[in-house]
Design a protein around this ligand. Structure first.
Ligand code: C2E
Ligand code: CA
Ligand code: CA
Length: 293
């Protein structure tokens, strides 16, 4: 155990640490459990609405993966997604996400709710040359037009190999998919760099948004990000909107879209279906007419 630790940390020797050892064993057990999670039906997707602040209506949802572990209960994605990424399981997991999320989106469209579906990509997904074909195939299966899909990537994914990133994003864009920059503000890119890529939207990270009603600096950061993004022709989503005061401020600042616990927490498909048709953030009237007809 000490030898593995030393190798992992790139040092020549280390002392055995029983606590570290049990953590390592737990991690290894989790990895082996994760291999079976998709097949064993332990994963499901929750969806969180994204609302349009100019028209006060829902325009899309973000798909968020959940793992109900038979012994440990709900394992958060922050824990199992990095494991899947590291252990080569992320591709299978993401293909499963495409299948389930696209099918769900098509179903909502059939019910009259023409909303977008945002999907999180991990760095490995983004660099996978097979990604455009995999998305096309999954979309064809449920007869969904690519214009309804937004792929969320982080700034850092585009920064390590900028030329490659441009090539990949251009390919995805040519397919008709939209690209959104997630967690904006936490990475090392600038808006002027991002503008060189064919992306249409940035999502301001929740660490700036959740307390912007009390933290003056964060309000200034959100305000200037919105203005600069708009000057560069990019739409802005604020994530982590936890109260009505923040929502009001965002509207005053001209933010285009918002997502957060205040509007709706991530919920399963059935609960979100109800929210889409019954909440105050209603879908467009003509869509609703189709539902009732
Ligand atoms: P993310 O993409 O930044 O997703 C937003 C996270 O913020 C979600 O956490 C969501 O539940 C949480 N959130 C939403 N509104 C609020 C709010 O008002 N306040 C606060 N404090 N938090 C809010 P979640 O579901 O635990 O997901 C964590 C991360 O795991 C995601 O962050 C994303 O990076 C990753 N993830 C989730 N599902 C997938 C997936 O299918 N594929 C990949 N590659 N990553 C995923
Ligand atoms: Ca996201
Ligand atoms: Ca985010």
């Amino acid at each position: 155990s000490a030898m593995y630790n030393a190798k992992h940390n790139g040092v020549s020797y280390t002392k055995f640490d029983s606590e570290e050892d049990s953590k390592r064993l737990a991690r290894m057990q989790l990895i082996s459990d994760l291999k079976y999670a998709v097949k064993a039906n332990q994963l499901h997707l929750n969806y969180q609405p994204i609302v349009d602040l100019n028209h006060n209506k829902i325009i899309g949802v973000e798909a968020l993966a959940r793992w109900q572990h038979p012994d440990h209960g709900m394992v958060p994605p922050d824990q199992f997604i990095p494991l899947a990424e590291k252990k080569g399981l992320i591709q299978e997991l993401t293909l499963w996400v495409f299948d389930v999320a696209f099918k769900q989106c098509a179903q909502w469209h059939n019910m009259g709710a023409k909303i977008t579906m945002s999907i999180n990509l991990s760095p490995r997904n983004f660099l996978d040359p097979g990604l455009p074909n995999e998305i096309s195939d999954a979309l064809k299966k449920c007869k969904l037009d690519p214009q309804w899909i937004k792929l969320e990537i982080t700034e850092n994914m585009t920064m390590s190999q900028p030329e490659k990133a441009l090539e990949i994003i251009t390919k995805l864009k040519d397919l008709g998919l939209d690209i959104s920059i997630d967690d904006f503000g936490t990475g090392y890119s600038s808006l002027s760099y991002l503008k060189k890529l064919p992306v249409s939207e940035i999502k301001i990270d929740k660490s700036f948004v959740t307390d912007m009603d009390n933290d003056h600096d964060n309000k200034v950061i959100v305000n200037s990000t919105i203005n600069l993004a708009h000057d560069l022709g990019l739409d802005v989503v604020a994530e982590g909107v936890e109260n009505n005061n923040i929502l009001k401020i965002l509207k005053e600042l001209g933010c285009d879209r918002a997502q957060g616990y205040h509007m709706c927490k991530p919920k399963n498909a059935e609960e979100i279906s109800r929210w889409i048709f019954e909440s105050e953030w209603q879908i467009e009237q003509n869509n609703k007419a189709q539902v009732s007809s």
